[in-house]
Design a protein around this ligand. Structure first.
Ligand SMILES: Nc1ncnc2c1ncn2[C@@H]1O[C@H](COP(=O)(O)OP(=O)(O)OP(=O)(O)O)[C@@H](O)[C@H]1O
Length: 338
C-alpha cells in the first residue's frame, strides 16, 4: 500500500541545510497499523508530510495507494489525497461549524450532493460514536469527542490510508485508550491502512502490528511490535521500551518490602501469557506464590507485560520453580533482597 525507496528530505534554511529524513526505505502493507516512533525533531512529521505530498522529497520515490506521490502535482495530487487522509494532535476542526458540518466539509469540497452528504455524515457519526452531538460546536466537546470528529471527517471520502500525527498526544490516558480502540475498530471494519507517528511506546504497543524507530532522520530499527519488544537492537529502542515499563522506584520498594523467599520479575511476551503459569507453579512445587503487582496488556499480536511475584519456600525448591518458569519461555529476573 505504501512504499518508500531511498527517500531523503533536506530543508534549505538560512542557517544551513537540515537533513530531516535520510535514505528511508519502508514498505507498509494494506490493512496494517504501522507505527513510526521517534523523539522530537527525529523527522516524524517530515516523513508523514512526504506521505501525503505536503512535502516533496529531495530524492527517492514514494508510492501510496498506487500514486507516485513524489512526482504528481495539482489536480492529480488533490485527487490522490482523497485516498490519503489525516488526523492531527490538535484536531484542526473548523470552530464555527457544528460537528455535522465539520464532517460534511470534505464531502462538500469533493462535490458530493446534499442528500448523499447527509446520509454519509449520519453513517460516520454512528461509526465514531457521536450520536446526539451532531449540532454541538467543537468548543462544546471534550478532547476525545473532538478527535472523533477529526476521525469521522478523515473517513468521509472513504480513504485507503489514514495518517495519524500524534493523534492522542493531547488526550488523557483513558481517552487515549478509547480513541486507539476506535482506530483498531475502523482498521478491522474498513480494512483501512493506518500509519501513526508518535513519541509514546504504549500507543505502539496497544495498536500497531509493526513499528519503525526513527532517529535523526534515519530508520534505525523496524519490525513486528512483539519481536521488537522481545529483542530490541538499538539503544534508542531500549529507551522507548523503558518508558513503557516499571519505574525503578517500584522495584526498589518491592525489594525492601518482601524479604522472605525470592521476588521475581516475570516478563511475558506473546503466546507465553496464555499459559496458566501460577497454577502450574503451585501444583508442581511446594512453594507459596504471592502476586505483588503486574501489568499485562494486549498488543495486536499477543500479550505483553510484567508480573512481580514472591516465592516462599525452601531455597532449592524455589530454584527448581525458577528453572521451570524459564523452561516455559517466560523471562525471569530475581530481584535480590539487599
Ligand atoms: N519546514 C521546515 N524548514 C526547515 N526545517 C524543518 C522544517 N520542518 C522540519 N524541520 C527540521 O527538520 C527536523 C525534523 O523535524 P520534524 O518536525 O520532521 O521532526 P518530528 O520528529 O516530527 O519532531 P516534532 O515531534 O517535534 O515535530 C528538525 O530538525 C526540524 O527543525
Amino acid at each position: 500500500m505504501i512504499t518508500l525507496e531511498n527517500v531523503s528530505k533536506v530543508y534549505h534554511t538560512k542557517s544551513g541545510d537540515v537533513q530531516a529524513v535520510n535514505n528511508v526505505d519502508l514498505k507498509i502493507e494494506k490493512g496494517e497499523i504501522f507505527g513510526i516512533i521517534g523523539y522530537s525533531g527525529a523527522g516524524k512529521s517530515s516523513l508523514i508530510r512526504l506521505l501525503n505530498g505536503l512535502e516533496k522529497p529531495t530524492k527517492g520515490t514514494i508510492t501510496v495507494a498506487g500514486h507516485r506521490i513524489d512526482t504528481i502535482r495539482g489536480a492529480k495530487l488533490r485527487q490522490a489525497r482523497l485516498e490519503i487522509s489525516m488526523i492531527f494532535q490538535h484536531f484542526n476542526l473548523l470552530w464555527s461549524r457544528t460537528v455535522r458540518d465539520n464532517i460534511s466539509f470534505p464531502l462538500e469540497i469533493a462535490g458530493v450532493k446534499k442528500q448523499e452528504r447527509l446520509k454519509r455524515v449520519n453513517e460516520l457519526i454512528k461509526l465514531v460514536g457521536l450520536e446526539g452531538r451532531e449540532d454541538a460546536y467543537p468548543s462544546q466537546l471534550s478532547g476525545g469527542q473532538k478527535q472523533r470528529v477529526g476521525i469521522a471527517r478523515a473517513l468521509a471520502n472513504n480513504p485507503k490510508v489514514l495518517l495519524c500525527d500524534e493523534a492522542t498526544s493531547a488526550l488523557d490516558p483513558q481517552t487515549t485508550d478509547s480513541i486507539l480502540d476506535l482506530l483498531v475498530d475502523i482498521n478491522k471494519r474498513l480494512g483501512l491502512t493506518i500509519v501513526l507517528i508518535t513519541h509514546e511506546m504504549h500507543v505502539v504497543r496497544k495498536i500497531c502490528n509493526r513499528v519503525a524507530v526513527i532517529e535523526a532522520g534515519n530508520i534505525v530499527e523496524q519490525g513486528e511490535v512483539l519481536e521488537l519488544f522481545r529483542n530490541p537492537q538499538q539503544q534508542i529502542t531500549k529507551r522507548f521500551l523503558n518508558q513503557d515499563s516499571e519505574p525503578e522506584e517500584t522495584v526498589e520498594q518491592l525489594r525492601a518490602h518482601y524479604s522472605d523467599g525470592k521476588v521475581l520479575k516475570l516478563s511475558f511476551i506473546g503466546e507465553s501469557t496464555e499459559q496458566p503459569l501460577i497454577t502450574n507453579l503451585i501444583r508442581h512445587f511446594d512453594v507459596n506464590v504471592n502476586i505483588l503487582q503486574g501489568k499485562i496488556s494486549q498488543t495486536q499480536n499477543g500479550a505483553y507485560g510484567t508480573l512481580f511475584i514472591q516465592l516462599i519456600g525452601e531455597n532449592s525448591v524455589i530454584n527448581q520453580a525458577i528453572a521451570f518458569i524459564e523452561e516455559n519461555k517466560i523471562g525471569v529476573e530475581v530481584i535480590e533482597n539487599e
